[in-house]
Design a protein around this ligand. Structure first.
Ligand code: DGL
Length: 267
């Protein structure tokens, strides 16, 4: 029996649409309810305690839509909140850290892995710990890249300034001779061409958005929660502030028009 209930995806703002894009590419038949917490973005510089509280509120909001599985698309929220909140709900709640760490451990040849993310993600050491659990001998080198989020939101994806900032941020990781880099933030997949040029073609870029979508697919299959392949799924977008701005920036992330974006309040 097809399970038509939607999958819930949340992020601090617009960035989680990189996860929606991968998810609908993989599972176009699924209905999706997305919540972007645009009133409280960015999560990257906020404390662990605050991000955990926001994450619980966002999950409760998605549960009102009778979702069958939740993806925490935000790397910052995944890194500090998933271990606290993940087990407390009757439906599966997935974060991006474990799938990204698994893909990095599988991709590396020299066992030297770089991780980039927001300050809170890097400070949490969540990727580092997850990678070391999977590949105990691996060396992990992390760098926070706080200027990347505003650059992407301004659409400065491949300007000389972006290249210069990327070169500066990545220099310490290049010096460590990493052969794999985890893009540990929702916004970074949009910078792939610049990051690849700066690091060189031989470095593998691991996109957590792709990996978490594959994990969600596996769980939906295992638990018999998939929707019917015959019908294309519906996408619904909710934000806590500024729906018009979200729709405009979101088009760049998704590659197509979002349609209606509604304002939703917390529970
Ligand atoms: N979505 C956040 C993340 O993936 C980036 C934006 C923010 O700081 O809220 O970490």
């Amino acid at each position: 029996m097809a399970d038509q209930r939607p999958v819930g995806i949340f992020d601090s703002g617009v960035g989680g649409l990189t996860v929606v894009k991968e998810f609908v590419r993989l599972l176009p038949q699924e209905n999706v309810v997305y919540f972007g917490d645009t009133a409280r973005v960015p999560y990257g510089p906020k404390s662990q305690e605050t991000v955990i509280r926001f994450s619980i509120e966002n999950i409760l909001l998605l549960l009102r839509h009778r979702v069958k599985l939740i993806i925490i698309a935000c790397n910052t929220a995944s890194s500090v909140a998933l271990s606290t909140v993940g087990e407390n709900f009757r439906i599966p709640v997935l974060g991006v850290i474990q799938p990204g760490a698994q893909a990095a451990a599988a991709a590396t040849r020299n066992r030297r892995i770089g991780v980039i993310g927001t300050r809170t993600t890097v400070k949490s050491r969540a990727y580092e710990e997850a990678i070391r659990r999977i590949a105990p001998g691996a060396s992990v080198f992390s760098a926070s890249c706080p200027l990347f989020v505003p650059l992407v939101e301004e659409g400065w994806l491949d300007t000389p300034v972006t290249v210069q900032i990327a070169a500066d941020y990545l220099q310490p990781l290049r010096a460590e001779q990493i052969d794999t880099l985890v893009l540990g933030c929702t916004h970074y997949p949009l910078l792939k061409p610049v990051l690849q040029r700066v690091l060189g073609a031989e470095v593998v870029l691991v996109d957590s958005a792709q990996q978490v979508s594959l994990q969600a697919q596996a769980i939906l299959e295992q638990e018999c929660l998939l929707n019917d392949r015959a019908h294309p799924g519906q996408l619904q977008f909710f934000v806590s502030d500024e729906p018009d701005n979200f729709a405009a920036v979101g088009r760049q992330f998704l590659g197509f028009e979002l349609g209606k974006v509604e304002k939703a309040g917390y529970v």
